[in-house]
Write a protein that binds this ligand. Structure first.
Ligand code: M6R
Length: 610
C-alpha cells in the first residue's frame, strides 16, 4: 500500500524515481509526488497516476537526490493537497510515508498549539512538523530529530525524509511497512519494494521494524531504535527485468494468467521426484515432526490467499488427517483466539507484507504456536518472521488481481499435505505416487486450458453487462467458486457471490431468474451426482448456466448453456485447473467494460494497513 522510492547518486534523481514509481504503482495509484534537492527543495505532486506526475516534470528537475511516493489514501481523500511528499512549515523537510500514524490527531493538536500550521487532512503531515520541532532545539542533528519524532509516533510507518540543509542524505525508518536499501556503485536507493531498485542493483538490505537508516551516494548506515549502529546482512536480489515487465501482453494480469504453467513448474522444480514418489521441502524439513504431531493447524490469510487456504484445509484433512481451521487473518487476533503450544499456524501471503496476516502471525507466535509461511516475495516481512516455510516461487505478481500466486500457493499446500501424509502414514504409497505424478502433469494441463482462452472470451462477451453473477461449487470446487467471484468483482466491479452449491437452497436461490449467470464448478468426481442435482435446480429456475467441468462430463454438458472443459485430473488437484477459466472470464469481462484491469479502483496490491 503506497509505494516509496528514493535515490542519491550521480544520475538525475527525478528520472530514477519516476521509473521506480511506475514499477511500484500497483501498490497504490490515486496520487503521486516527488521531492528533489538541487540547492533548494522542490516538490511536485498531485492527484492521479505517475504518468501525470511525469508530465508535471516535463520541464526537467535537476538534482541527484530525491524521494517519491505513489499513494493509496488512508487519511484524507485523494487530491493534490493530500498527496505526498508533505512538508515542514519552513518548507525544508519533505516526508513520504506508507502506513498509518494512529495518534496523529493528538500530535497535530500539540503542534498546532505550538504554532505549527497544517494544510492537509493526512496523518503524514505531522511527521514533517514533528521533525522540524525537534530540529529547532538542535538544528545540526537531523538523526536526533527523526529519532525523537519516531518515539512519539504510534502506528505503522515506512518513512523517507529529505532535508534541504542536509542535501547529501535520505533518512528512512521502518515500523510495520516494508523498506529496503539498494546498494549501487556510487549510488544508493531506497524503496518499499525490490522491483523499484532491480534495474540498478542486485544487492539489497531489508530494514527491520524499529530501524532507522541514512543513505548517501557512497554508503549507508543503519541504527536500532536505541541508536546503536547495526551491521545488516546484504541480500542478493534474484529478480530479472523481464519478470517485472508486461512482455508484449496488454496487461500484467493476462501475462500472469499465461505464466501459470511456468510458475507451477518453478514451484515444483527440485521438490518432487515423480519416479520415486517423494517430495523434498527443505524449508520445513526441520519442523516436520512438530507439524506432523500438531494438535491442529490454523491457516490464516486474506483475500485470494485465504481461498487457497481453504483448498489447503480440504487437502490437509483428507490426506494427512489433521484438523484444520481457516481464519481470516483480520478477525483472528481480535477475538481472543485459543491457540498455543502444540498448534501450528500456516500463514499464506503472496506479498508477505499483508498487515492483518502479519498481526495474526505475531499473535500466534507470541502464544507459543509454531508459525509457518507460504509466501511468494523472498525476504518479505512474513517470510522473515515465520519459524519456517515454503516459498511458492511464482515470480513477481504485479496485477492487483492475484492469479499465479493462487495456483502456486495451492501447489505448495498440496506438496505439504502429501509430505505430511507420508510422514504420518495416512496415505498409501500408491496414492501419494499417483498425486505426485499428476502434479508433474499440471503445467501441461494448464497450457491446454489456456489454449481455449478464445472460447472463454466468447462467453465473456455475452455476459459483459450482467449486473450480478453467482458462482457455485462443492468440495474442491467451493474455494474456486469464491475465488472466481472475487476475481470478477475486484476488476470488473460486477457484484458476484461464491457459494457452496448446496447452500444455494438456503437463500441465494431466490436470486435466480433468466437474467442471472450462474457459474458452476463441476469437476470433482466424488461430488458429481450432487452437483448435477444442484445444476438441475438452477436450470429449473431458468438461470444461465456456465459450467466448468472435466472433458467428457456429458451430464453437466447437457444441462449447461455454456461449457468450458478442463482436462481430467485427480479430485484434489482440480482447483489448479478449474480456476484458470474463471480468471480469464473476469479478465475479458473487465476489459470489455473498459476497466483498468491491473489497477482496479480503490484497491492496492499489498494491504499494509490493518
Ligand atoms: O499478499 P497477500 O496474499 O497477503 O494478499 C492478500 C489479499 O490482499 C489479496 O489476495 C487480494 O485479495 C487480491 N487482490 C485478490 O486478487
Amino acid at each position: 500500500m503506497c509505494g516509496i522510492v528514493g535515490y542519491v547518486g550521480p544520475k538525475k534523481a527525478s528520472e530514477v524515481i519516476i521509473k521506480g514509481l511506475k514499477r511500484l504503482e500497483y501498490r497504490g495509484y490515486d496520487s503521486a509526488g516527488i521531492a528533489t534537492i538541487n540547492g533548494s527543495l522542490s516538490v511536485k505532486k498531485g492527484k492521479g497516476k505517475v504518468a501525470k506526475l511525469e508530465s508535471l516534470l516535463s520541464s526537467g528537475v535537476e538534482g541527484g537526490i530525491g524521494i517519491g511516493h505513489t499513494r493509496w489514501a488512508t487519511h484524507g481523500e485523494p487530491n493534490d493537497i493530500n498527496s505526498h511528499p508533505h512538508l515542514s512549515d519552513d518548507g525544508k523537510i519533505a516526508v513520504v510515508h506508507n502506513g498509518i500514524i494512529e495518534n496523529y490527531n493528538t500530535l497535530k493538536k500539540n503542534l498546532s498549539d505550538r504554532g505549527y500550521s497544517f494544510y492537509s487532512e493526512t496523518d503524514t503531515e505531522v511527521v514533517a512538523k514533528l521533525i522540524e520541532s525537534f530540529l529547532e532545539e538542535k538544528p545540526e542533528d537531523l538523526k536526533r530529530a527523526v529519532r525523537l519524532s519516531l518515539a512519539q509516533i504510534n502506528g505503522t510507518y515506512g518513512l523517507a525524509i529529505v532535508h534541504e540543509d542536509f542535501p547529501d542524505q535520505i533518512m528512512v525508518a521502518r515500523k510495520g511497512s516494508p523498506l529496503l536499501l539498494g546498494i549501487g556503485e556510487g549510488e544508493m536507493l531506497i524503496a518499499s519494494d525490490a522491483s523499484a531498485v532491480a534495474e540498478y542493483t542486485d544487492k539489497v538490505v531489508y530494514l527491520d521494524d524499529g530501524e532507522l537508516a541514512i543513505i548517501r551516494k557512497d554508503g549507508y548506515e543503519v541504527h536500532s531504535s536505541q541508536d546503536e549502529a547495526l551491521t545488516k546482512e546484504v541480500h542478493e536480489l534474484a529478480m530479472s527485468l523481464d519478470e517485472i515487465e508486461k512482455g508484449g501482453f496488454p496487461h500484467f494480469m493476462l501475462k500472469e494468467i499465461f505464466e501459470q504453467p511456468k510458475a507451477i513448474s518453478d514451484c515444483l522444480r527440485g521438490r518432487i521426484n515423480p519416479a520415486k514418489g517423494t517430495i523434498t521441502l527443505g524449508g520445513i524439513e526441520s519442523v516436520l515432526d512438530q507439524l506432523a504431531n500438531a494438535r491442529r493447524i490454523i491457516i490464516a490469510a486474506c483475500g485470494t490467499s485465504w481461498h487457497s487456504g481453504l483448498v489447503g484445509e480440504y487437502l490437509f484433512e483428507s490426506l494427512a488427517e489433521l484438523p484444520v481451521e481457516v481464519e481470516y487473518a483480520s478477525e483472528f487476533r481480535y477475538r481472543a483466539p485459543l491457540i498455543g503450544e502444540g498448534d501450528v499456524m500456516i500463514v499464506i501471503s503472496q506479498s508477505g507484507e499483508t498487515a492483518d496476516t502479519l498481526a495474526a502471525l505475531r499473535e500466534a507466535k507470541q502464544k507459543g504456536a509454531l508459525v509457518l509461511g507460504v509466501v511468494n516475495v523472498v525476504g518479505s516481512s512474513i517470510a522473515r518472521e515465520t519459524d519456517a516455510g515454503v516459498y511458492i516461487h511464482a515470480g513477481p505478481e504485479i496485477g492487483v488481481a492475484s492469479t499465479k500466486a493462487f495456483t502456486a500457493q495451492v501447489t505448495v499446500l498440496t506438496l505439504m499435505a502429501i509430505k505430511l501424509a507420508q510422514h504420518r502414514g495416512t496415505i498409501e504409497d500408491k496414492k501419494a505416487a499417483e498425486l505426485i505424478r499428476e502434479l508433474d502433469q499440471i503445467p501441461g494441463k494448464i497450457e491446454h486450458v489456456l489454449k481455449n482462452a478464445s472460447g472463454i472470451e466468447h462467453i465473456s462477451n455475452l455476459f459483459t453487462y450482467a449486473p450480478n453473477f453467482l458462482y457455485l461449487g462443492r468440495s474442491y470446487g467451493f474455494p474456486v467458486a469464491l475465488e472466481g467471484a472475487l476475481k470478477l468483482k475486484e476488476i470488473s466491479y460486477i457484484h458476484a457471490e461464491g457459494y457452496p452449491a448446496a447452500e444455494m437452497k438456503h437463500g441465494p436461490i431466490a436470486l435466480i431468474d433468466d437474467m442471472m449467470p450462474v457459474v458452476v464448478i463441476a469437476a470433482t468426481d466424488h461430488t458429481n451426482d450432487k452437483m448435477v442435482s444442484n445444476i438441475e435446480e438452477v436450470k429449473a429456475r431458468k438461470g444461465r448456466i456456465i459450467a466448468i467441468t472435466v472433458e467428457g462430463n456429458k451430464e453437466v454438458e447437457n444441462l449447461a448453456e455454456f461449457v468450458t472443459e478442463v482436462p481430467e485430473t485427480i479430485d484434489e488437484l482440480t482447483p489448479l485447473l478449474t480456476v484458470i477459466p474463471l480468471q480469464l472470464l473476469s479478465y475479458y469481462i473487465a476489459v470489455n467494460r473498459g476497466c483498468n484491469v491491473d489497477q482496479p479502483r480503490n484497491l492496492a496490491k499489498s494491504v499494509t494497513v490493518e
